[in-house]
Design a protein around this ligand. Structure first.
Ligand code: SAM
Length: 360
């Protein structure tokens, strides 16, 4: 919190870097101060600090967030200041004008940056390249979903469960959950998997943005369109990227060679939206959870509760049971959306869900 003001610059920065929708942006994390009181604290000096923490950070210059978002952020700031008859710092106007005049069309990809705790700085942000559209190239996997953030939050609150483990993530998308775990939960091995070539390609580039030295240990590199299989070592963690369609995990075809054996914990976020895939996902889980007490933690954004129920209803047919888990309060990641998230632990019906002291 800036001395003598009710503006929390770090909080503003975390929201900006994660592209929190402009209508949900708040100037601090706690008070009920009205906008008038907050804007009153925005003297020109404070406005300059806001610029330095947002549009003008080195991180944004190197990996730009969506230009239209940067413009909307500054426009909102200028509007509020003008509405309350406050002087607008010249640099705020000039930065806004530069963004408007450099408008040579929006790129199809953008970066977002996640500062995953209050004390984190731009130097240890998780930076992700994403598509600007929710669905692009026929996949939902090119941007980060709320349940991915929720699952990362749960993992960071349960580090001791993940430490030293081999973890397999299904439908990993562009990598937020896995990158957060590799950064802060010290697993032995992290296996990212997805089935879409464009998703896997963007994921690989995100791993290298966040762990540039992983490039030095890149090995086992088959990288044709349908069979990406990369291995690298970074931050003390073996990182593996696999093309793993759920349909192929348990179908007895040659592709099962890609199915990792020995994963102790299976993770998946925001994979329960298309019920035509539910049987293949449940069948894959049945296969993967076959070994001693292995369990899955699945996070689902509740857009349509009935769709998720369809999935839980078919689990019994695959000898699986689920247990609802408590989603921790948001501590690490900024919430950019209020849609509720359901978190489930899934195990073989012959095991009990409490085996691993997972906080239910
Ligand atoms: C909504 S996205 C979620 C991405 C990421 N987990 C997140 O939370 O941000 C769903 C992901 O599941 C992947 N997916 C969908 N069907 C799949 C299948 N049959 N086999 C493997 N991956 C699949 C998609 O490619 C996509 O990356």
């Amino acid at each position: 919190m800036e001395e003598g003001s009710n503006i929390d610059l770090s909080f503003v920065q975390r929201q900006f870097l994660a592209c929190t929708p402009i209508n949900k942006l708040r100037w601090n994390n706690f008070s009920n101060d009205t906008t008038t009181e907050i804007i009153a604290a925005m003297n020109p000096e404070m406005q300059k600090k806001i610029l330095q923490k947002t549009v003008n950070t080195e991180l944004v210059k190197k990996y730009p967030i969506k230009r239209s978002y940067q413009k909307a952020f500054l426009k909102q700031l200028i509007n509020e200041l003008e509405k309350h008859c406050h002087e607008v710092h010249d640099e705020v106007y000039s930065t806004y004008c530069a963004l408007v005049s450099s408008d040579d069309g929006e790129s199809s990809t953008q970066y977002r940056h996640f500062l995953y705790d209050e004390n984190s700085t731009c130097t240890n942000a998780i930076t992700l390249q994403e598509s600007v559209s929710i669905v692009s190239l026929g996949t939902t996997g090119l941007c980060t979903w709320q349940a991915g953030l929720g699952l990362a939050e749960w993992c960071m609150e349960n580090k001791e469960i993940l430490r030293g483990r081999t973890i397999l993530e299904l439908g990993c998308g562009v990598g937020l959950t896995g990158l957060a775990i590799i950064r802060s939960c010290a697993p032995k091995e992290y296996i990212f998997s997805d089935y879409h070539p464009a998703v896997l390609t963007m994921l690989c580039s995100n791993i290298l943005i966040n762990f540039p030295t992983a490039n030095d240990s890149l090995s086992n590199c088959h990288k044709d369109e349908s069979n990406i299989n990369l291995k690298m070592h970074c931050n003390g963690v073996n990182i593996d990227v696999r093309c793993l369609p759920w349909e192929k995990i348990n179908d007895g075809s040659n592709r099962t060679a890609c199915t990792p054996v020995g994963a102790e914990i299976i993770l998946a976020a925001d994979v329960l939206y298309d019920d035509s895939c539910f049987h293949s996902l449940a069948s894959a889980l049945k296969h993967l959870l076959g070994i001693n007490g292995t369990y899955a933690v699945v996070a689902a954004t509740i857009r349509n509760a009935d769709t998720i129920s369809k999935f839980t209803e078919i689990l019994e047919a695959y000898d699986l049971v689920y247990h609802e888990m408590k989603l921790p309060e948001r501590k690490h990641f900024i919430r950019t959306d209020d849609t509720p998230i359901r978190l489930m632990k899934i195990v073989k019906s012959s095991f009990t869900a409490n085996d691993d002291n997972v906080k239910l």
